[in-house]
Design a protein around this ligand. Structure first.
Ligand SMILES: Cc1cc2nc3c(=O)[nH]c(=O)nc-3n(C[C@H](O)[C@H](O)[C@H](O)COP(=O)(O)OP(=O)(O)OC[C@H]3O[C@@H](n4cnc5c(N)ncnc54)[C@H](O)[C@@H]3O)c2cc1C
Ligand code: SF4
Length: 279
């Protein structure tokens, strides 16, 4: 086995991602994936010193840890609650916002390296097999369920993302995989998330259904945010990407084992809308 190098570029201008290089922030995703051979790398590019950290007005550095966010009174309630309910205190101390938004699917077939569509193969093993934690929307090719609580909250809040190359709406960071492109994000090689801009909301909320009361990924997460006469609702755990609810939940296409998620989503959406209407 070749030796794994860690490099720390002095500036973003010096950042060149050669094949075999992987960006490293808090490492809570990268390190387990290297251990499990889901990620092949000869060089880890530590970007901790290059990516802004901290909260300033509506701006949040992508290098900010979840623990820092959790303790902030400056950010909208939906985002603070999404962070509070994510992972464990230890993981929130290490994990960054950028890493959270770019975490990989928790689909157990993917994590066990089954040769499924997302690994470049020609089947979705979850559709045919065990899939109670999987998607109810956009699940034709890949039925994985996006695991980020933060992404759903940020999508409802209408956040934008600044990279070292461009500005994107949060929703544009993700894409539903197709046979032509199996990636779940629109980031180019060498593109680094730098900062988020999260406009204030008049009222916002995040509700999460999970298998345990703590330290579990969302079966369904629902974020709602109200600004003037506009209310946006976004969901975690229901599609391969964070899902902006534009149509009805009746448009869902659940698998036999995920139909229960439609009922949970309906109950949480109703409760979230009532909460922000009363706020
Ligand atoms: C057991 C467990 C439970 C968890 N539970 C939850 C949960 O309930 N809800 C939830 O939302 N999350 C959950 N998480 C995910 C956790 O929040 C993430 O692992 C963490 O936030 C990742 O951040 P990191 O800095 O460690 O990322 P890293 O491991 O360093 O990186 C993750 C990925 O992002 C890329 N990356 C990191 N930063 C950047 C950047 N600035 N620009 C471009 N690419 C970048 C890396 O190359 C890598 O591909 C859980 C994780 C674990 C292990
Ligand atoms: S849901 Fe997606 S990641 Fe899981 S087996 Fe199917 S194609 Fe692979």
């Amino acid at each position: 086995m070749s030796e794994l190098r860690i490099v720390r570029p002095a500036s973003l201008a010096e950042l060149e991602l050669a094949p075999g290089s992987v960006l490293l922030a808090g490492g809570t995703e990268v390190v387990p994936q290297l251990r499990d051979r889901l990620l092949e790398a000869d060089t880890l590019v530590d970007i901790a010193a290059l990516v802004p950290k901290g909260i300033s007005g509506t701006r949040i550095g992508a290098g900010t840890t979840l623990a820092e966010l959790e303790g902030s009174t400056e950010i909208p309630a939906a985002l603070r609650e999404a962070v509070r309910l994510a992972a464990s205190p230890q993981l929130r101390n290490m994990g960054t916002v950028g890493g959270n938004l770019l975490q990989s699917t928790r689909c157990w077939y993917w994590r066990l390296a089954y040769p499924c569509h997302l690994h470049g193969g020609d089947r979705c093993h979850a559709r045919e097999g065990e899939h109670r934690e999987h998607a109810i929307f956009a699940n034709e090719l890949c039925a994985s369920a996006h695991p980020s609580d933060l992404a759903a909250a940020l999508l409802a809040l209408g956040a934008t993302v600044q990279t070292n190359r461009r500005q994107l709406q949060l929703g544009e960071l993700y894409r539903v995989p197709t046979k032509a492109s199996r990636s779940l994000t629109a980031l180019e090689p060498g593109e680094v998330l730098l900062e988020l801009d999260v406009p204030p909301a008049e009222a916002s909320v995040y509700l999460k259904a999970m298998d345990r009361k703590r330290w579990a990924f969302p079966l369904v997460g629902v974020a709602a945010a109200r600004r003037g006469s506009q209310t946006r609702v976004a969901l975690a755990g229901v599609a391969p990407v964070p899902w902006l609810l534009e149509g009805a939940l009746d448009d869902a296409t659940p698998l036999p084992g995920t139909a229960y998620k439609v009922e949970i989503a309906a109950a949480l959406v109703k409760r979230a809308l009532a909460t922000i209407a009363a706020a």
